[in-house]
Design a protein around this ligand. Structure first.
Ligand SMILES: Nc1nc2c(ncn2[C@@H]2O[C@H](COP(=O)(O)OP(=O)(O)OP(=O)(O)O)[C@@H](O)[C@H]2O)c(=O)[nH]1
Ligand SMILES: [Mg+2]
Length: 451
């Protein structure tokens, strides 16, 4: 099982990109990633008990389940088939599932490794966590070493569970001996039950399974899922393709900004617009804006979008402002009353067509502020025209901006993290730190010494 949280993050990143922006085939990648995440979320944490014969695997299994579902015995081997409790495992459709008091875990009891190594390998391969069950008497034998080696080769984190540790054995010494034999690994010591109770009693195994569930995400991270890995590889390619698009979008944005800065009302159009009736003038301005917008986008592989009314509204607001400025500038109320009609009628035409001579009447009505008002109104007109032009380009520019800022770096880094080499399982510890270890000790889990 891989890091499902990472896979989920990759899925969210890919999902944040509008479908029409994704390259061909990306939809298929997203779907298979979705399936893989769902499958992984539904899948229980698969924990197997593997190891030499007679070390108490089946007894631990029974203790975890809370009743005698597996034969336990002195005959060697006792177990010849696979036992399963808690949850179904997709790869073991024919194995009956014993009900168990633990959630989220599928616990598997195995025949002894010496008697069925193939089966042990197959089951370890599909497990998330392997408890290599050995005993104080058998910890040093070849079957224990082989079980550890199998888990390691398959990239499955393993905890050595030393079962049946007699009361007289000093735990530190036993740990030291284990390190000498198998290297520094995750080791748990379970004391021998002198009363010889076979099942139905709470045992260290219950707490171990509890710890496993609490650390399920971390444990799953050791494994790879082929479907998620494949999707991560694809995601890297998708990010590369999107980067190409992003680069050309950035170029287009630069070119648009450059062109926008250069564009203004075409000089030849000014007298035509200024001379026309207001409604006709608006049509002319609108056509000029459209023409300039087309020029800004010339050579780019984009289409201007359908027009809105914003341009007309902006033009109306501008003319109102010109009117108000003209009327406000008239010195006397009586001039205002008479002048309103005549002067403002001229003023916006003067503002549009800066080469048009100012009629004496206008000059007379507005007095010394005539030039300033005309100049301000003209600047305002140019600004409104520029705003209309920018408004027409804006949706296209925004669209390009979105393409240019897709989270491709994050997609690549999450994909890389998914594909990064598996964590070294030799470093795996079921209890990740001293604090957790102490907490475990307080909870009665029989860990002793440090690691
Ligand atoms: N006293 C004591 N006996 C135990 C303990 N755990 C297991 N046994 C005994 O050891 C013997 C073997 O136990 P099993 O659970 O069958 O061992 P196993 O590892 O499943 O053996 P295989 O199925 O052959 O691999 C049985 O007689 C158990 O009663 C323990 O903690 N204390
Ligand atoms: Mg058994």
């Amino acid at each position: 099982m891989p890091d499902v949280a990472l896979a989920q993050r990759l899925l969210n990143l890919l999902g944040s990109i509008p479908a029409e922006r994704l390259p061909l085939g990306a939809a298929g990648t997203i779907r298979s990633l979705e399936d893989a995440v769902e499958r992984n979320l539904e899948r229980p944490l698969v924990v197997c008990l593997a190891g030499p014969t007679g070390t108490g695997k089946s007894r631990l299994f029974n203790a975890a389940v809370g009743r005698d579902v597996r034969a336990v015995g002195i005959r060697r081997p006792t177990t010849t088939d696979v036992g399963l409790a808690g949850r179904e495992v997709a790869e073991l459709p024919d194995v009956e599932v014993a009900e168990a008091p633990f959630d989220h875990i599928a616990l598997i009891d195995l025949p002894p490794l010496e008697h069925d190594q193939d089966r042990t390998e197959r089951i370890v391969a599909l497990s998330d966590l392997c408890f290599v069950v050995t005993s104080a008497a058998r910890y040093a034998d070849a079957a224990t070493a082989t079980a550890i080696a199998i888990a390691e080769r398959l990239g499955v984190p393993a905890t050595i569970v030393v079962n049946r540790v007699p009361p007289g054995v000093p735990p530190d010494r036993l740990r030291q001996a284990l390190i000498q034999r198998h290297g520094r690994r995750d080791v748990v010591l379970l004391p021998e039950d002198l009363a010889g109770r076979i099942s139905g009693e709470p045992s260290g195994i219950a707490e171990l399974l509890h710890l496993a569930v609490e650390n399920a995400d971390r444990i799953r991270r050791y494994r790879h899922d082929a479907a998620i890995d494949a999707a991560a590889i694809e995601a890297g390619r998708i990010a590369d393709e999107l980067d190409v698009e992003a680069a050309s979008a950035r170029q287009a944005i630069e070119s648009i900004d450059r062109e926008l800065a250069r564009r203004s009302v075409p000089e030849a159009l000014r007298p035509i617009i200024a001379g026309a009736r207001w409604s006709e003038a608006m049509t002319q301005v609108d056509a000029a804006v459209r023409h300039e917008a087309a020029a800004v986008l010339a050579g780019l592989d984009v289409e201007p979008q359908a027009d809105g009314d914003d341009g007309v509204v902006a033009l109306g607001a501008w003319r109102q402002a010109v009117d108000d400025a003209a009327v406000g500038a008239m010195r006397l109320p009586v001039l205002r009353w008479f002048g309103e009609r005549g002067v403002r009628h001229h003023l916006w035409r003067l503002a549009v067509d800066v080469d048009r001579p100012m009629p004496r009447t206008v000059r007379w009505w507005l007095g010394s502020r005539a030039d300033a008002i005309r100049g301000a109104a003209a600047d305002e007109f140019d600004a409104v025209f520029g705003g209309m032009l920018a408004g027409r380009i804006e949706p296209i520019r925004d669209d390009l901006e979105r393409t240019a800022t897709l989270p491709t770096d994050r997609i690549r880094s999450v994909a890389d993290e998914i594909l990064a080499e598996a964590y070294p399982t030799a470093l795996f510890r079921l209890t990740p730190d001293i604090a957790a270890l102490q907490a475990a000790a307080e909870a009665g889990i029989p860990f002793e010494g440090d690691r």
